[in-house]
Design a protein around this ligand. Structure first.
Ligand code: ADP
Ligand code: MG
Length: 736
């Protein structure tokens, strides 16, 4: 990526935690990580290496050793970023490292202990203190959201129904970038409120931890703060700047092999590692600068961090390390990752007057409510003046809200008293008719009701207005700043020192680079002694270069090893997934009928937005209603669907051919007519054949019934069917 004027690189800092008790008891091996705070360097010792093997050195924007304080890290590396967010930039801080190396400690820390509060609580303090100290012509709106990515699903941690809630979808907006649809966002007016939001989310996460094994360390948590600030510009209009801050605590980056998981757990780990390897690929692609494609879409995490890596944001990455020799490989991987991330260039810019600024909507709504309220009060006040008999000329705006309210209250009270008095007069009037009295009293009652209703409406409007207004924080007004001047000075000095030390480190690093590059320029020797000196210097330089070469060679070897290892892991995952796939194929081939399979296949559709396969609904949603409404073709012109046979039957009228039910296909009967042989006089058992009795024309019925059963001879006489019985009797008759 080309370096342009407004681009800046991702700031990478490294922090190493102290050895824990278990690691200390393991032996005197000590820490494998050494840090040069002044130069911002990490020196890593390979516990398995020979003494001659050079140690690995990495340089970062800042390094924090085991003795570092939370406050140091915040003041030096995070404070400038939060200041940028308050000025309208997007900012991201993410902690990356192996499980147990202090990501959560760095991001959250121990809430109760002011010394151990992490980046997030310190950022809360910072934001609200800034608002309390800013000028009173600024208005702020602070919102917070909290989500986690677990098994490639985005879940809202502030949703009261978190456990059962469905996964949220990611959407992209050309103005604000990638965002989470339907994510809860809470307006926060103080540190206490935002801390409460954080606690609610943490509890939702903690519940998951008990339900699902190791959940908390297996999900990525993102706390999002949006700070909108409205400030009058030089043109006299109010301009809004929106800063979005992402505070990210990633899941552990350890290798699958280390976790010793198999089967389902391995798949779970594969999915978690998928996000992290996708993150790694994105970092590599960005750091490389040559690849045109950055695979942001490979995971939810990378899509959410799209702006933070190579986009419109300022980003700080805190890589956390453990000092134990046992985890040398992981530590080295983390350092490599971090080292690569340094090369990522972002293009941060101030988000000025974006279309989706909520503060603007709030301001407009407040202005509307205020105008409504003003109008109501003005009306009441005018009436009061009329009641008092004074000429009202004043301007509502000239009076304060308190005075106005008092005047309105007074007016309502006076009006009530007046109506009460009038009612009393009507009641006491001796000359008025009872009906008239009733009517007038009713009228007064109604007027009083109206007055009360109006007052209630005004109160409701006032409450709504106040609630709306209270959500906006006015610079230096809503939040009390309890720090005294001395403390403020102290803070300022501390910030200055932090800034100084970081610029000092930068200079030191530059000097180091220059030192290495400087070649002995003067080649003229006046004496042998000088020549020896110069050549010794040159030799030293070559020795240095040689050492560097060795380092790079070792590095190449390491990278190769690393590559082989990760390839093996990917192969293992691939094998696992192939096995699973074969198993599924086996089930499909053997247990699912091909036509069902084809039906399912034809309904499958790939959703590019969500990157997954989805079923299309059986009836397309848009055509559903029209399809349901359309009558089937066989019912056109009839009450209900009707068969072709029945239609012909209707057309033929009472024709005997169509009298029978439409339940069987009648074949043509080829038996020759036998009516001629029927002799009634020879009928010895007339009662045996009731169907033929006195009706020779019914023979057609006999024939028809024969054709029904096709093989009349095989049917026994015990059949209960009347027609069959008739058929049975007809046969012997033919024989006669
Ligand atoms: P991760 O979130 O990376 O899995 P944690 O933040 O939970 O790791 O840290 C693991 C343990 O190490 C915790 O008990 C934490 O208090 C401790 N720890 C981490 N970093 C530090 C530090 N810089 N100083 C003191 N203790 C630390
Ligand atoms: Mg953690």
């Amino acid at each position: 990526m080309s370096k342009n004027k407004s681009s800046e690189s991702v700031k990478v800092v490294v922090r190493c935690r102290p050895l824990n008790r278990r690691e200390e008891s393991n032996g005197p091996a000590g820490s494998i990580v050494k840090m040069d705070i002044r130069l911002g360097q990490v020196i890593l010792r390979n516990p398995r290496a020979t003494a001659s093997e050079p140690q690995k050195t990495f340089t970062f924007d800042a390094v924090y050793d085991a003795n570092s304080k939370q406050r140091d890290l915040y003041d030096e590396s995070v404070r400038p970023l939060i200041d940028s967010v308050l000025a309208g930039f997007n900012g991201t801080i993410f902690a990356y490292g192996q499980t147990g190396t202090g990501k959560t400690y760095t991001m959250m820390g121990a809430w109760m202990d002011p010394e151990k509060r992490g980046v997030i609580p310190n950022a809360f303090d910072h934001i609200f203190t800034h608002i309390s100290r800013s000028q009173s012509d600024r208005q702020y709106l602070v919102r917070a959201s909290y989500l986690e990515i677990y098994l490639e699903e985005v879940r809202d941690l502030l949703d009261p129904n978190h456990g059962n809630a469905r996964a949220l979808e990611l959407r992209e907006n050309p103005d604000s970038g990638v965002y989470v649809r339907d994510l809860t966002s809470c307006v926060c007016k103080s540190i206490k409120e935002i801390e409460e939001v954080m606690n609610v989310g943490n509890q939702a996460r903690a519940v998951g931890a008990t339900d699902m094994n190791e959940h908390s360390s297996r999900s990525h948590a993102l706390f999002l703060i949006t700070v909108e600030c409205s400030q009058p510009g030089p043109d006299g209009r109010k301009h809004i700047r929106v800063g979005r801050l992402n505070l990210v605590d990633l899941a552990g980056s350890e290798r699958q092999a280390k976790t010793g998981v198999q089967g389902e757990r391995l798949k779970e780990a594969a999915k978690i590692n998928l996000s992290l390897s996708a993150l790694g690929n994105v970092i590599s692609a960005l750091a490389d600068g040559r690849s045109s494609h950055v695979p942001y879409r490979d995971s939810k995490l990378t899509r959410l961090l799209q702006d933070s890596l190579g986009g419109n944001a300022k980003t700080v990455m805190v890589a956390t390390l453990g000092p134990s020799p046992q985890h040398y490989d992981e530590t080295l991987t983390t350092l490599r990752y971090a080292n690569r991330a340094k090369n990522i260039q972002n293009q941060p810019r101030v988000n000025e007057d974006p279309k989706d600024a909520l503060l603007r909507e709030f301001q407009l709504e407040i202005a509307r409510l205020r105008a409504q309220l003003h109008h109501r009060k003005w009306r009441s006040k005018q009436k009061k003046e009329q009641v008092d008999g004074e000429d009202w000329e004043g301007d509502v705006d000239e009076e304060t809200d308190g005075e106005e309210e008092k005047a309105v209250e007074e007016y309502v009270k006076l009006e009530e008293q007046r109506l009460e008095r009038e009612k009393q007069d009507i009641r006491e009037d001796q000359f008025m008719l009872a009906d008239e009295k009733q009517r007038l009293l009713g009228e007064k009652e109604r007027m009083m009701g109206d007055l009360r209703k109006e007052q209630e409406a005004t109160e409701q409007l006032t409450a709504k207005y106040k609630a709306m207004e209270s959500k906006l924080l006015v610079g230096g007004k809503n939040i009390m700043d309890h720090t005294n001047e001395q403390q403020k000075m102290l803070e300022m000095k501390r910030h200055e020192i932090a800034e100084q030390s970081s610029s000092e480190r930068e200079i030191q690093q530059q000097m180091l680079v220059q030192d290495e590059e400087t070649v002995e320029l003067r080649e003229t020797f006046t004496s042998l002694q000088q020549e020896v000196e110069a050549k010794t210097k040159k030799l030293k330089k070559y020795l240095k270069l040689y050492a560097k070469l060795q380092c790079i060679k070792a590095e190449i070897q390491d990278v190769n090893d690393e590559h082989v290892r990760s390839r093996q892991e990917l192969e293992q995952t691939q094998n696992e997934l192939t096995r699973e796939l074969k198993f599924k194929y086996l089930i499909i081939e053997n247990f699912i009928p091909p036509e069902e399979k084809n039906k399912i296949m034809s309904r499958l559709n790939f959703d590019t937005e969500e990157d997954q396969w989805k079923f299309q609904p059986l009836v397309p949603a848009e055509s559903k209603s029209s399809q349901m409404k359309k009558r089937p073709a066989s019912a056109v012109g009839y009450k209900r669907p009707i068969s072709q046979y029945a239609r012909v039957a209707i057309a033929m009228g009472p024709h005997s051919r169509y009298r029978a039910e439409n339940i069987m296909f009648l074949e043509l009967d080829m038996t020759p007519p036998n009516t001629a042989s029927l002799d009634r006089s020879t009928d010895s058992e007339p009662n045996q054949s009731p169907s033929l009795d006195g009706s020779p024309t019914k023979e057609g019925g006999v024939r028809k019934s024969r054709s029904w059963c096709q093989t009349p001879k095989s049917i026994t006489s015990s059949s209960s069917n009347v027609s069959l019985a008739a058929c049975h009797t007809a046969t012997p008759m033919t024989a006669q």
